[in-house]
Design a protein around this ligand. Sequence first.
Ligand SMILES: [Zn+2]
Ligand SMILES: [Zn+2]
Length: 554
Amino acid sequence: MSERIFIGVAWPYANGSLHLGQIAGAYLPADIFARYHRTRGNEVLMVSGSDQHGTPTTIKAEQTGKTPAEIAQFYQREFLDCWQKFGISFDLFTTTGTRNHAGVAQDIFLKLLEKGYLYKDTVSQAYCSSCQRFLPDRYIEGTCPNCSSPNARGDQCEACGKLLDAPDLIEARCRLCGTPPAYKDSEQFFFKLPAFRDKLLDWVRGKKHWRPNVLNFTTRFLEEGLIDRAITRDIGWGVPVPVEGFEDKRIYVWFEAVIGYLSASKQWAKKIAGDADKWRPFWSEGVKSYYFIGKDNIIFHTIMWPAMLMGYGGLALPYDVPSNEFMTIEGKKISTSRNWAVWLPDYLARYDPDPLRYILSINMPESSDTDFSWREFVRRNNDELVAAYGNLVNRVLTFVYRNFDGRVPEPGALSEADNALMKNAAAALEETGRLIAACSFKQAIMTAMAAAREVNRYLDEKAPWKVIKEDRPAAADSLYAALYAISCLKTALYPFLPFSSQKVHEYLGFAGRVEEYGWQVQDLPPGQRLREPQPLFTKLDEAVIEEETRRIGT
Ligand SMILES: [Zn+2]
Ligand SMILES: [Zn+2]
């Protein structure tokens, strides 16, 4: 029975390039998950898009003398280019700047208003007398009342992660000119979040399959109690508030961006699937919805968005929110402002995608923060990816190609050891799939790599390269068993290493794409014509470590 899987992935702000922390945190795990389920034969819809409306985009525009729309378009193109080169296989990666998105967001707004979950209230809003404008939260900086970090933003403190209200900041100042903000009355819409608290608590209690950090964080947040939250503000860039008298205001980006999961699904149905109703099965009973995000985004996906969906009614709530922890770079927290990051476009300009996908997968920050260093990158590339897997594939395929007339050899009566190897590889394929389905990506790739090491051990023992001189049939047996195991490995590793797996698939003589063959052991007919193999990966020089480390932070 095929399953229906909806995959929502965090919406990156269209104000800067993607860095490895975001990739390891959300995009790569989502892609591994999507590729696995598609290969399994399940129906998958994976969407995301760039978040254009955040103040991060307007701030970037002001800094660079461009319009927010120009900034948003620039990064949207760069993101799309990265997904293609890095192999993040979205069904649709759109933006919050479409008319479709504005319409869907306004529909949800009006429905919640009609159901009595929204109300108007007058609030005192930060105003800069020298800039003569209202200041959105991100335009206010000051000292965090929770951890005393001196550069907390008006919406959230990056140092401790606490969500803030701008008036709580100590020694608040306008980020444009440094003037302490004054306060002026302004009318805004509020969302009655506390109305959903009990329902949310009940719902969360059933989520035993959630990662402990996500479950604990959410439960604690709900138990501490919820407050009404403003969902409109005085700003000119964003989705218009569909209510008279609010022409100068926009829907708050935290409220509007999460609606992107739904609006993107509708856009996909209309524009790509060619059937405007095709989104419905991915938002109704029977679907399993997964949201891949970083830990700074948990409450928006386990509290705000579910509350909005409950209020709207009739749409599927998240099934799981496998949020990742953070990745540090060379032992330090990533800071985009200090350029302490490894940028994905930079990486892709110099190296192949699969080695990075490998390293980020096997070192994924699933249950605790992990670190990326160029020394580890080079070591794992050379000692693991090249030595344990790439060389294995290349050695076996090249030897068979040259010695068996470019065809899969005909095995005789396979020995116990040959059968054991094949059985082990088939079991590793099944186990890798089970672990991916459980969002245990690190364990999954380790399982596949352990199976590759097993093939190496087997070949060291069998040494078909020597045996062939005295006993050609025996060499054919062990090479057949090794090819069979490699064929299992290329499927098991496909969600992680899609580019090289596709190559192995073709070298083994299969047509089409890996995905089309299913998550199962493939029949490897003796006599099947192979294609001439090329090395899958490149060994990296130690000089890479120093060269690349020097770039960080400069
Ligand atoms: Zn703080
Ligand atoms: Zn100012």
